[in-house]
Design a protein around this ligand. Structure first.
Ligand code: DOR
Ligand code: ZN
Length: 346
C-alpha cells in the first residue's frame, strides 16, 4: 500500500554547509528538498562581518548545481568585537537574517565566540531595536558543569538574564535537547522560538554509548536521556508554532569523526524529510509535519512559506539511503536511524 503526503517545501533553520569541496558535496543534499536554510557561520575563519557574509553567500550560490534552487539565509557570527553598526547595515541591506551566539569553546569552531556576555550587550540592544533575530547555541562551557546539564544551566545563567534585559529581542533556542529547553521555550512568549533536529527526535544517550561508542551519533548539544527525547518528540509533533525544524546537519569526514578526539556533528541532510515522516507517523501526527518543517519557521522569521511543494511517499519496501556522501575531502557518513524507514521524498 502506498501512502503519500504533499507539503509546502520545507526550510532548514539551522544548517552547516561548510565551504570549498565539502560544501560542493553537501549542498545538493539539502537543496534537493529544502527551499531555504539558515547558514551557520562557524567557518575557519568565522563569518563575522557583512562583507564576509556577502562573499560566503556568493560562494554558496556558485556551488549550487544547475537546475537546483536554494536561498541561503545568511548569519553573522557574534564576537565580543562585533560592531553594532556593521550588523545593522548587513540587516538593512537584506543580506543577513540572524546573528549567532556561540559561547566560546562550546562547539566546532567556536573559539571566537562570547566569553563575557556583557561585552555583546550593545549588539543585542541594536538587534532588538532593528528586529534582527539572535540564534543561540545554548550550552555553558564551564568545566565544572556536567555536559548533560549544560543546556539547563545555560537557560538559567545566561539566556534568561539576556531575555529579561532585552525582552524585545527575538531569540531562537537552537537544537534544544532537553525537557527544560522545551518548557522554557513554551513559556517564552512570541519573541522566543526553538529549533529541534531530526536526530534528537531519534536518539538518546544510550544510542551513543551503550554497546560500544558510536562516533556518528556524537553531536553537540549531546543527546540526553530518553525522557528528554520524548519531550522533544511531543513538542515537535504538537503543532505549537514555537517549535520548528533546524537539522543542524553538520558534515565532517569519517577521518575526522573516527579519531581519539572526534568531531561533533550528525549529517542528516540526505534523509531528514523521510526520517521526520517516520517519526511523525509514529506519533500519529503526520498532519503536523508541514507546520514543523515548512510553516512555523517562516512565521517566526517573518518570511513567506515556500510556494512550491514536496511529496513524501510511503511504500512497502524500506528506502535505501546512501551510506556515505563522497567529497574531495573524504567520505561523510549519512545519519543511520538504526531502523528501516519506508518513507521517501518522491
Ligand atoms: O554537533 C555539532 N556540530 N554541533 C554544533 O554546534 C556544531 C556542529 C559543527 O559545526 O560541526
Ligand atoms: Zn550547528
Amino acid at each position: 500500500m502506498t501512502q503519500s503526503l504533499t507539503i509546502a517545501r520545507p526550510d532548514d533553520w539551522h544548517l552547516h554547509l561548510r565551504d570549498g569541496a565539502m560544501m560542493q558535496a553537501v549542498l545538493p543534499e539539502t537543496a534537493r528538498h529544502f527551499g531555504r536554510g539558515i547558514i551557520m557561520p562557524n567557518l575557519v575563519p568565522p563569518v563575522v562581518t557583512g562583507a564576509q557574509a556577502a562573499a560566503y553567500r556568493e560562494r554558496i550560490l556558485a556551488a549550487l548545481p544547475e537546475g537546483m534552487t536554494f536561498d541561503p539565509q545568511m548569519v553573522l557570527y557574534l564576537t565580543e568585537d562585533t560592531d553594532p553598526e556593521d550588523v545593522a547595515a548587513a540587516h538593512a541591506s537584506g543580506l543577513v537574517k540572524a546573528v549567532k551566539l556561540y559561547p566560546a569553546g562550546a562547539t566546532t569552531n567556536s573559539a571566537s565566540g562570547v566569553q563575557n556576555f556583557d561585552n555583546v550587550r550593545p549588539v543585542l540592544e541594536k538587534m532588538a531595536e532593528i528586529g534582527l533575530h539572535l540564534c543561540v547555541h545554548g550550552e555553558v562551557t564551564n568545566h565544572d558543569v556536567d555536559i548533560f546539564d549544560r543546556e539547563a544551566v545555560f537557560i538559567d545563567r545566561i539566556l534568561d538574564p539576556i531575555r529579561k534585559a532585552t525582552p524585545e529581542l527575538r531569540v531562537i533556542m537552537e537544537h534544544i535537547t532537553t525537557k527544560d529547553g522545551v518548557d522554557y521555550a513554551k513559556s517564552g512568549g512570541d519573541n522566543l522560538g526553538a529549533t529541534i533536529t531530526t536526530h534528537h527526535l531519534i536518539i538518546n544517550r544510550n544510542h551513543i554509548l551503550a554497546g560500544g561508542i558510536k562516533p556518528h551519533y556524537y553531536c553537540l548539544p549531546v543527546a540526553k536521556r530518553e525522557k528528554h527525547r520524548l519531550a522533544l518528540r511531543a513538542a515537535a509533533t504538537s503543532g505549537d508554532k514555537t517549535f520548528f525544524l533546524g537539522t543542524d546537519s553538520a558534515p565532517h569526514t569519517d577521518e575526522n569523526k573516527l579519531l581519539p578526539c572526534g568531531c561533533a556533528g550528525c549529517f542528516t541532510a540526505t534523509n531528514t524529510m523521510a526520517l521526520l515522516a517516520h517519526v511523525f507517523e509514529e506519533e500519529d501526527a503526520l498532519d503536523k509535519l508541514e507546520g514543523f518543517a515548512s510553516k512555523h519557521g517562516p512565521a517566526f522569521y517573518g518570511l513567506p512559506v515556500n510556494d512550491s511543494t514536496i511529496t513524501l511517499t510511503k511504500s512497502d519496501t524500506a528506502t535505501t539511503f546512501p551510506e556515505k556522501i563522497k567529497s574531495a575531502d573524504g567520505p561523510v557518513t549519512v545519519f543511520d536511524p538504526g531502523f528501516p524507514v519506508f518513507w521517501d521524498v518522491t
